[in-house]
Design a binder for this molecule. Structure first.
Ligand SMILES: [Zn+2]
Length: 352
């Protein structure tokens, strides 16, 4: 049975200090780059030690899962869309101030950098076009229409995925955390369907075989141990979500209160060609799951979904934003180890 991480690992304190120091002007670009390289090397080493058959770069050099394409851009203002989390804290996206919209950084570079440290299959996460569509202000941009922006965005999001595949990523995962959130902003579901339509325009650029190597991750968000949309019923998201033209679905599940009900909906909406990865680790909970707990969660899912189309994953990344230190690195790696061991136990039980 396949098991894969979502993406992010908490950054080491030495890297966070270097980032702060660089912004304060007390350390050089070279020292910052050295700190990034050291964090990347250590993360990949520790990832390999968990026994994980597929690893990521831990997103050590991303500012966040959503904002890495904005690195170095000068056509942004800080006052964009605000996302609120359950404890009241917020994250604010920038606002695009002028066209054309081009990514400052593409995901293929992360694959290339990680490849220098490992031979294991590498999975690469990318941000969805729908998340970045929120950069365009409701009031418009003179001389750069929303239509022009959307066309540029589709080009850039497609080349982000293409570049990661070309750089040798085993698979690419589109982070679509705003899927569930969109139902909070628009309970009618039309915002959700417009997001899915936009992302499918990106996916249209890929062959059916390529789309089998592309997946989507959904969750209720996770930052400083709080979610943004866990209060929105998963049942509202899943039927539309499975209209995305991808082969793999990475679904938060460990933290769902009524998993049986959600699994039954997944069974109804998934296609025979889909692979569904069920979250068996809750990155927000400080308690490290045991392998037998993981095994039981997989067996529960396998009692509803076809075991041959089932994989396991974490509910979310462990630190989607670089400055989120709410989870210790040791905890994250221990949880990943439990997932790997528990998945092997489940596979044995299922005769896979
Ligand atoms: Zn997530």
């Amino acid at each position: 049975m396949i098991t894969e991480p979502i993406g992010s690992i908490p950054r080491p304190a030495s890297l966070l200090q270097a980032i702060t120091g660089f912004h304060a002007g007390t350390i050089s670009q070279q020292s910052l780059d050295d700190a990034y390289a050291a964090a990347l090397r250590d993360t990949i080493q520790r990832f390999e030690q968990t026994g994980s058959p597929v690893i990521t770069d831990g997103e050590q050099t991303k500012s966040s899962f959503a904002t890495y394409p904005l690195a170095g851009l000068t056509n942004l203002a800080p006052d964009g869309v605000v996302i609120s989390f359950a404890d009241g804290h917020t994250r604010q996206l920038p606002r695009l101030t002028a066209g054309p919209f081009r990514y400052g950084q593409h995901a293929g570079a992360f694959v290339t950098a990680a490849r220098t440290y490992t031979k294991r299959p590498l999975k690469q996460a990318v941000i969805s076009a729908s998340a970045l569509s929120l950069l365009y202000p409701g009031s418009g941009i003179p001389g750069y229409s929303r239509e022009q922006f959307t066309a540029d965005l589709i080009d850039e999001a497609a080349s982000d995925i293409r570049g990661a595949l070309d750089a040798g990523a085993d698979s690419v995962q589109i982070d679509f955390t705003e899927g569930r959130l969109s139902l909070k902003l628009d309970p009618s579901g039309s915002l959700l369907r417009s997001f899915i339509d936009l992302n499918n325009q990106v996916l249209d650029r890929f062959s059916i075989a390529e789309r089998q190597r592309i997946g989507v991750h959904v969750c209720p968000g996770g930052d400083h141990d709080f979610t943004h949309s866990a209060d929105i019923d998963y049942a509202g998201l899943l039927p539309d979500l499975f209209h995305l033209s991808v082969g793999r679905f990475f679904l938060q599940m460990a933290s769902e209160p009524d998993r049986k009900r959600i699994l039954a909906i997944v069974k109804k909406v998934m296609a025979p060609t889909h692979i569904v990865f069920i979250g068996v680790i809750d990155p927000i909970s400080p308690v490290i799951e045991t392998p037998s707990q993981v095994r039981d969660r997989i067996l529960e899912a396998a009692s509803v979904l076809p075991p041959a189309r089932l994989g396991s994953t974490d509910d979310c990344g462990f630190s989607p934003f670089a400055d989120d230190t709410s989870t210790a690195r040791d905890t994250a790696f221990s949880k990943i180890r439990a997932r790997v061991e528990g998945t092997a136990l489940a596979a044995r039980e299922l005769g896979l």
